[in-house]
Design a protein around this ligand. Structure first.
Ligand code: ATP
Length: 255
């Protein structure tokens, strides 16, 4: 059995008097697709914000492999291999699709200002590699012919796929998807389903997702954590979660 990629233990996040998240425990294994579900306001996004370094949790621990990353700033967590998309898409809207993918690689390019200034071979090679990777990911998410279109002028579903490409181009180990199917039509949701599986199978990435589309969640998740009022009420495979009385009660209400 492989050791977990992400380990979240005793996670708590308090905003003044509001305990938004409390007692959250879960692990994401390498290559796993793990979903967090729950009613609006259950605390799902807050968990994401803690894992990705947007919030510093008020208690608990987050580990990537064996290394504690709790409370580290977002850019360090991203460099360690955890990247995310957002509920409200965040692309550089006036940059083209390909430019968005080049900018995403900037922090990783193995060059410095000196080699850039003098256009040394090493700089040119790094640039060429970055462009090749951008072309690869544009193709992968079906945006090859839109490479030079401004991101803000792409259709909504295309913007969502570009956001995923922007994450993947940094070769993350864990991809956090915040409601990736929101606003997509059934055909686009089906394509998203295939894309997420492909990322996992071909690019060695584990996926942690928040999603309200239950058919997508049940279809692609290996395991699911269910939250209500900031607390865990069930964890397990889709079949286990579906037959959990507490989960049924939370979703369907009392008789
Ligand atoms: N920065 C913040 N300051 C104060 N309260 C917050 C903050 N962020 C979230 N909350 C509160 O924490 C609780 C959990 O919110 P969160 O957004 O994590 O829920 P969610 O499960 O992601 O909901 P949704 O499905 O609607 O996105 C809510 O009561 C919310 O108002």
């Amino acid at each position: 059995m492989k050791s977990p990629l992400l380990t979240v233990s005793g996670l708590q996040m308090r905003f003044g008097g509001l305990l938004a998240v409390d007692g959250i425990e879960f692990q994401v294994n390498p290559g796993e697709i793990f979903a967090i579900i729950g009613p609006n306001g259950a605390g799902k996004t807050t968990v994401f914000n803690c894992v990705s370094g947007f919030y510093r949790p008020t208690a608990g621990e987050i580990r990537l492999d064996a290394r504690a990353i709790t409370g580290q700033p977002g850019h360090r967590i991203a460099r360690a291999g955890i990247v995310r998309t957002f509920q409200n898409i965040r692309l550089f809207r006036t940059m083209t699709a390909v430019e968005n993918l080049l900018v995403a690689q900037h922090a990783q390019l193995d060059t410095n200002w000196f080699s850039g200034l003098f256009m040394l071979p090493r700089f040119r090679r790094a640039e060429r590699d970055a462009l090749e990777r951008a072309a690869y990911w544009l193709e992968k998410v079906g945006l090859r012919e839109y490479a030079n279109r401004e991101a803000g002028n792409l259709a909504y579903g295309q913007q969502r796929r570009l956001e995923i490409a922007r994450c993947m181009i940094t070769q993350p180990r864990l991809l956090l998807l915040d409601e990736p199917a929101a606003g997509l039509n059934p055909q686009e949701t089906h394509e998203l389903d295939l894309l997420i599986r492909e990322l996992r199978d071909q690019h060695d990435v584990a996926v942690l997702l928040i999603e309200h589309d239950m058919s997508l969640v049940m279809e692609i998740s290996d395991r699911i954590l269910v939250m209500e009022y900031g607390r865990p009420i069930g964890i397990g495979t889709p079949a286990e979660v579906r037959s959990n009385p507490r989960v049924i009660k939370a979703y369907l209400g009392e008789e």
